[in-house]
Ligand binder design. Structure first.
Ligand code: KG4
Ligand code: ZN
Length: 400
């Protein structure tokens, strides 16, 4: 089956097309297009939801065209199709709040032939509602126009499953079967949670942050230190530079490890961020060396906290696999700490970390989650033309 997936939950507009056989051990990535809005949001020091919505609306049609061309599913019609009035009316109502996207859709879609695609997967949540809605409506419109079924996908399920993929050749991607029980640590700009999975699509949230998400803490700490958005890669690079220079903590800039001893799987990151703020306010001359050391301390504190709570979960639930997912999982220090600690303390648990391009937001993980749903959970498929399509709603807080 061929699946086209759409991701617009935050600040990446992404479309991917994959081909997979039910129950197969590999899938073929026909296209994986990601357009990042980082440059647009940088001046604001974070993602600005209404701006994200506008950018998604601008990007979706060109990203679709690129994805179709890359996957060789792009075929021009000899003559632009006349939209039947009923279809036009339906599309107009779907795009009520995205008139400019409707315009681009009407310009482009009737000029190409319907691609051979079996289902359209799309991120329905969680994420920023204005951003999510653009992708949801685009998916509904494509389904209406092309008469292709829809699969709503949970963005966090995408992050969680992404570590099961290993891109081998150019397009070939190996799929590893999950071994249950699974303990997943999902760490992104909007989420920090530990999920226990005892079977396919069976999830229980066993811990989450009580305030800031860990990626958000990276971004806020970076801002306090005068570093650009997104803060994660910036802090990580400076911490790495500090380590590479063979330096050790001077003991002047220690940070707390909030809730590390609490008897649960929850996190709190706003305290570390505030500690960075108070620390920086007291430093008269914030040199590059001091900045690097604070980045190092920050990364150490966050890593220790994430690791200790995940190991606590591993002690209790004895997982066969520990899956990391989300943008923060691309942090190389966190990756190494997890691999080393689990190898030493839980050698029977396989730690899996997504490849970097699959850690941060992308549509390939949404396509894969959509494929898994198609293959193992048929009831999540919404047939083309179904009345249910009208009722699909983006859900900013959709839990696993
Ligand atoms: O999963 P993601 O791309 O988007 C959300 O769904 O939120 O995650 C983005 C977050 C940002 O907060 C960014 O600072 C963080 O991931 N991030 C990192 C690294 N790369 C991205 N955090 C720490 N270390 C990194 N190397
Ligand atoms: Zn994400």
């Amino acid at each position: 089956m061929k699946i086209l997936a759409i991701e617009t939950s935050c600040d990446e507009t992404a479309i991917s097309i994959i081909e997979a056989k039910r129950g197969g051990k590999t899938l073929t990535v026909l296209s994986n297009v990601v357009v990042s809005q980082i440059a647009v949001h940088k001046p604001y020091g974070g993602v600005f939801p209404m701006l994200a919505k506008r950018e998604h609306a601008k990007n979706l049609v060109p990203v679709l065209e690129t994805a179709l061309r890359e996957s060789e599913s792009f075929l021009l019609r000899s003559k632009k199709l006349e939209l039947p009035p009923a279809v036009e009316k339906e599309l107009r109502s779907i795009f009520e709040r995205e008139p400019e996207l409707f315009e681009a859709f009407q310009e482009f879609l009737p000029t190409i032939k319907t691609p051979k695609i079996d289902a359209i997967a799309f991120t329905r949540g969680p994420g920023l509602p204005p951003a999510l809605w653009v992708g949801v409506n685009f998916a509904r419109a494509l389904s209406t126009f092309w008469k292709i079924p829809l699969i709503p996908v949970n963005h966090m399920e995408g992050h969680m499953l992404s570590s099961l993929l290993k891109r081998s050749g150019n397009q070939k991607t190996e799929i590893t079967e999950p071994a249950f029980p699974v303990v997943a640590l999902l760490i992104s700009g909007g989420h920090t949670e530990i999920v226990l999975s005892t079977g396919l699509f069976k999830y229980k949230n066993i811990g989450s942050t009580r305030d800031d998400a860990v990626g958000e803490a990276f971004d806020k700490a970076a801002r306090i230190l005068g570093l650009p958005y997104p803060g994660g890669p910036e802090i990580s690079a400076r911490a790495e530079r500090f380590r590479k220079q063979g330096k050790h903590s001077s003991g002047l800039y220690t940070l707390p490890r909030p809730m590390i001893r609490s008897n649960d799987f929850d996190f709190s990151f706003s305290g570390i961020k505030t500690a960075v703020l108070y620390m920086v306010q007291k430093i008269p001359d914030l040199t590059e060396e001091i900045r690097d050391e604070i980045c190092y301390e920050f990364e150490e504190a966050v890593t220790e906290t994430l690791l200790s709570k995940t190991m606590r979960a591993a002690e209790k639930y004895v997982p066969r696999m520990v899956l990391l997912g989300g943008g923060v999982a691309s942090n190389s220090h966190i990756q190494k700490a997890f691999k080393d600690a689990f190898l030493k303390n839980f050698p029977d648990a396989e730690v899996r970390i997504p490849e970097n391009e699959l850690s941060t937001d992308n549509a390939l993980m949404i396509a894969f989650a959509g494929y898994m749903r198609c293959a193992h959970d048929e009831k999540s498929i919404i047939p083309a033309g179904s009345k249910k399509i009208k009722d699909i709603k983006a859900d900013g807080n959709w839990g696993l």
